[in-house]
Write a protein that binds this ligand. Structure first.
Ligand SMILES: Nc1ncnc2c1ncn2[C@@H]1O[C@H](COP(=O)(O)OP(=O)(O)OP(=O)(O)O)[C@@H](O)[C@H]1O
Ligand SMILES: [Mg+2]
Length: 287
């Protein structure tokens, strides 16, 4: 436990409710939340749903060519934080994000910034595979059409093939590209969604429990894919599986009741956590 938190928690006995709330808000993260080569930098990020604060002063970098895992008990704010990274929270009525979130040095919440192209640069893969009710081909080509990248048939053919290749799905679907994406198995659908995300050349891919609806074989395929994707993208993944976090990520961030409690090298977090809350969670005493 850092000296700041220890001092703060010792002092809380004499605090009013308001002081306690603001002290909780300033809980200091244990470990280095920065990274040498950041793609995204988040500083003092608060997220509110109406009057309820779901994320409290979180600072965290997402590095280039790295996978960062976000772990923590249900309701601690993992999905909320992830959604703030590509302004998906904008679509939730009453949700408010403050603080600084930069992509390549540019504030993504700047008034002038259009969230639609931002969501191509910071793509998202959801818990439940959600292919569009369209053909496999169109699922992958769709983003390119709506973002106005290309509408040329030969270029689209090449883009569809290369994206499906990168998502490790090409060999399984190359002879049925005109069939519905919804007709694929769950694991194939998830890889189709990854291909759709990759097709618009993102810099960052956000994944919210991407394997929770998949069997162990499909999960292993996606985990291998995540490791390969790291060569070209930055990845932030929310997972309830500590084994998965250990297998796929270089850094791990532990969230608890809206606070980022601890962040560090994945190996260190799982073998030598510095904060008691992290230790309790990873040893199964809590959550
Ligand atoms: N749309 C919403 N409106 C109001 N409150 C919300 C909304 N979405 C989430 N919350 C609240 O914000 C807090 C964080 O929720 P969030 O979904 O980010 O947690 P999580 O860590 O992803 O949980 P889980 O592991 O169960 O997916 C919770 O208290 C939740 O009830
Ligand atoms: Mg969630």
């Amino acid at each position: 436990m850092s000296a700041t938190i220890a001092t703060m928690e010792k002092a809380t006995g004499a605090m009013s409710a308001a002081e306690l709330a603001s002290a909780r808000h300033s809980r200091e993260t244990v470990g280095d939340f920065t990274t040498a080569n950041p793609r995204m930098t988040c500083r003092d990020v608060d997220v509110w749903y109406g009057s309820k604060q779901a994320i409290k002063g979180v600072s965290l970098d997402i590095g280039k060519n790295e996978v960062v895992s976000m772990i923590g008990p249900s309701g601690c704010g993992k999905s909320t934080f992830l959604r703030s990274l590509n302004r998906m929270n904008d679509t939730i009525v009453g949700c408010r994000v403050t603080g600084s979130i930069k992509l390549d040095g540019q504030e993504i919440y700047d008034k002038g910034l259009d969230p639609v192209p931002l969501r191509a640069r910071v793509g998202m893969v959801f818990q439940k595979p959600n292919p569009f009710p369209k053909s496999i081909y169109e699922n992958v080509a769709y983003g390119s059409r709506i973002h106005g990248l290309t509408n040329n048939k030969a270029e689209l053919d090449g883009l569809v093939e290369s994206s499906l290749q990168k998502a490790g799905l090409w060999n399984e679907v190359k002879d049925r590209l005109d069939q519905p994406g919804t007709g694929l198995s769950g694991g194939q659908q998830q890889r189709l969604c990854i291909a759709r995300t990759i097709a618009v050349s993102p810099e960052v891919i956000l994944m919210d429990e991407p394997c929770s609806a998949l069997d162990p074989i499909a999960t292993a395929i996606i985990e291998e894919l995540i490791d390969e994707l790291r060569q070209n993208y930055s990845i932030a993944i929310v997972t309830h599986s500590m084994q998965q976090a250990a297998r796929v990520s270089q850094r791990t961030a532990y969230f608890h009741l809206g606070d980022l409690i601890e962040v560090g090298e994945t190996n260190q977090i799982f073998t030598n956590p510095q904060h008691k809350l992290t230790e309790d969670y990873i040893t199964g005493r809590f959550g």
